[in-house]
Design a protein around this ligand. Sequence first.
Ligand SMILES: [Zn+2]
Length: 160
Amino acid sequence: MQCDMCGATGEIYRAEIEGTELQVCESCASLGRVIGRVEQPEALRRRKARPSPQERPRLPARRNETIQVIVDGYAGIVKAARERIGLKQKELAMRIAEKESLIHNIESGHFEPGIGLARKLERFLKVSLIEDHEETHDGAFSAGGEDVTLGDVIRIKRRG
Ligand SMILES: [Zn+2]
């Protein structure tokens, strides 16, 4: 509740000023004829001035999400499986229509395959390269450790 004339807050009075009834502060009311006082509970005035903490926007609710990630030992798994079926890197590359350098980089651990490529290798080599990873979100991605970061998630999706 504010003074109709000057915008001041505080005690507000109903006053007749120049023939018009207004709700004004004490000093503006003195310019005219006070009719009465406008009752305003203290609590109501305080709530309007300052939003309570409960009214602030909340963080997203905590939720679990399962994403697919490439297993840690993918390099050794691919190499061992390829050698087991007696193929050279170049031969494996030809069979799955990929470049030899790609197979080399995967087996040396320099290139982590995306989900799509990993599935192709899984089918051909009869191995398991993808595992489900349960991610718990509580509003922020944690940094470091073994957690999959947002960057990893984007990378996996782009490659897949
Ligand atoms: Zn006033």
